[in-house]
Design a protein around this ligand. Structure first.
Ligand code: ATP
Ligand code: MG
Length: 248
């Protein structure tokens, strides 16, 4: 006898991300910018993929399209089984809440809330027991002792770990990180990268990590290189470097 598959199980079949002919242009005529041009790639579940490229190459654009922060000009995008282009505004909001987590260069924490409150705020949107879930994930990122501190009382690396906890508390299948170590010193950056590495290895989550630093890219399972809006190479790394050993 076969029983119907739960929706979550259906959604988790297939790759984490499938991008086909994805294109984003800004402006028109003389001012037209091709931020991303005809990108096609798939990202498997549990992969840590670095998007590498110089300033202006289209890294943030790619991340923002996958995160449904921006709408593509053309092409198709399927994330965790969801055809993102087919969603209406309400569907896009739900998608951003349930399927993707964001980590930014400058943390974007609410300064008047404690670490715990910052994470609980997002936990409340996505299920019961928000306080306990926030506590659990903050402990996992090594901030069990600092939960009641305000962002201003935490170091940059600690603030970024709060931001990662905030993204993880939703248990999103895909984590989108835009230069997450850009504002950190090397040592602190390494611990943040090690945390992101653990997130993929231990919990099977897919991580897309944007950087312009080719040394950081050596910790990835795979590197997609962008140049002037084109994906110019797609390289699998057989033996990713332990992030704790990176020097940049
Ligand atoms: N809202 C916008 N309006 C017009 N052009 C834009 C907009 N956002 C991005 N662009 C342009 O699209 C191109 C790609 O930008 P994007 O932000 O994706 O680059 P990036 O690789 O993330 O760069 P960086 O490393 O500096 O963050 C650039 O030429 C940029 O100027
Ligand atoms: Mg950028």
């Amino acid at each position: 006898m076969t029983s119907p598959e739960p929706a979550a199980a259906l959604a988790s079949a297939g790759p984490a991300v499938r991008v086909e002919g994805l294109t984003k242009t800004y402006g028109s005529g003389e001012t037209l910018v091709r931020a991303l041009h005809d990108a096609t790639f798939e990202i498997g579940r549990g992969e840590l993929v670095v998007l590498l490229g110089p300033s202006g190459s289209g890294k943030t654009t790619t991340l923002n399209l996958i995160g449904a922060i921006e709408e593509p000009t053309g092409g198709s995008l399927v994330v965790d089984g969801v055809e993102v282009g087919a969603l209406d505004e309400r569907g896009r909001t739900q998608y951003r809440r349930d399927r993707v987590g964001f980590v930014f260069q400058f943390f974007n924490l609410v300064p008047t809330l404690t670490a715990h409150e910052n994470v609980a705020l997002v936990a409340e949107l996505t299920g019961p027991d928000a306080g306990a879930r926030a506590e659990d994930v903050l402990t996992r990122v090594g901030l069990g002792e600092r939960m009641d501190h305000y962002p201003g009382q935490l170091s940059g690396g600690e603030q970024q770990r709060v931001a990662i906890a905030r993204a993880l508390v939703k248990e999103p299948p895909v984590l989108l990180c835009d230069e997450p170590t850009g504002a950190l010193d090397v040592e602190t950056g390494r611990s943040v990268l090690a945390l992101l590495r653990r997130v993929t290895r231990d919990r099977g989550r897919t991580v897309l990590l944007v950087t312009h630093n080719s040394t950081i890219a050596t910790m990835a399972d795979r590197v997609l290189r962008l140049s002037s809006g084109d994906v110019v190479s797609d390289e699998r790394i057989e033996a990713p470097v332990d992030p704790e050993r990176l020097v940049w």
